[in-house]
Write a protein that binds this ligand. Structure first.
Ligand code: ZN
Ligand code: FE
Length: 255
């Protein structure tokens, strides 16, 4: 690990992230949920903002772009295929693109589904990824602009990262996600144990984010479409994974 990640709450349930390279002195905000909160975090750390890495166009992710760019003159990185909706975008990136942040390689993964132009940022040498609103702890983003098949494919890309990869999600939705997850996989022992851990963390006001690929594979119903127990709850034994995922998402929307 050569980068420092600073995580802080923004708005009501967003996480802001500052990514700092102590060698070059560069600092990136992953999304810009709240310019004031990000400025406060920068000031507390004594860091200068050089970049914004946007995951998608929603206001709670790109709403602070213009204010931050006006103050810092930072470079804004975002999805080429959604450039018109990313305020102040300077560098347009797409699937498989690599760029350097300080001395560290950042890989871009297109993960459409929540929005059509949603991207994730994967830093292989750090073993971390910023996944925006594509994947949450025990959950996944709502399908505002994509099909279940698109989202299932996007989630599959994230789950194909090494098991130890640390995933930084953009919201603290975990406790309500856990309630839903338990409703569809009540006998998943790893999920039951994790749910108790989550309640304990939240009782102390602590974040449940980040997570890891391995933990989500074991407990997140939205990546577990091949779980027989989940399929049985849904009455879909033997169904195609993408259909199981679609039904899981539909049920969560109405939970
Ligand atoms: Zn969003
Ligand atoms: Fe969001």
């Amino acid at each position: 690990m050569s980068l420092e990640v600073h995580q802080f709450l923004c708005l009501s349930d967003n996480y802001g992230y500052l990514l700092h390279d102590p060698v070059s002195g560069q600092t990136a905000a992953v999304d810009s949920p709240d310019a004031e909160a990000i400025n406060g975090a920068l000031q507390a750390k004594g860091w200068t903002l050089t970049h914004i890495f946007n995951t998608h166009h929603h206001f709670d992710h790109a709403g602070g772009n213009e204010a931050l760019k006006a103050r810092w003159g930072c470079e804004i990185v975002g999805a080429a295929n959604d450039a018109a909706r990313i305020p102040g975008i300077d560098r347009q990136v797409g699937d498989g693109d690599n760029f350097l942040f300080g001395g560290v390689t950042v890989q871009v993964l297109e993960v459409p589904g929540h929005t059509s132009g949603h991207i994730a940022y994967y830093l292989p040498s750090e073993g971390i990824a910023f996944v925006g609103d594509t994947l949450f702890v025990l959950g996944c983003g709502r399908l505002f602009e994509g099909t279940p098949a698109q989202m299932w494919h996007s989630i599959g890309k994230l789950m194909a990262l090494p098991d130890s990869t640390v995933l930084y999600c953009a919201h603290e939705y975990t406790q309500s996600n856990a309630r839903f997850a338990l409703s569809v996989e009540p006998d998943n022992a790893a999920l039951v144990a994790r749910s108790a851990e989550i309640d304990a963390l939240r009782d102390k006001g602590q974040p449940t984010v980040p997570t890891t690929v391995a933990r989500e594979k074991a407990t997140n119903p939205f990546v577990r479409a091949t779980s027989l127990a989940l399929q049985r709850t849904l009455g879909m034994e033997g169904a195609a994974a993408v259909d199981v995922f679609a039904e899981t998402r539909r049920r969560k929307d109405n939970f």
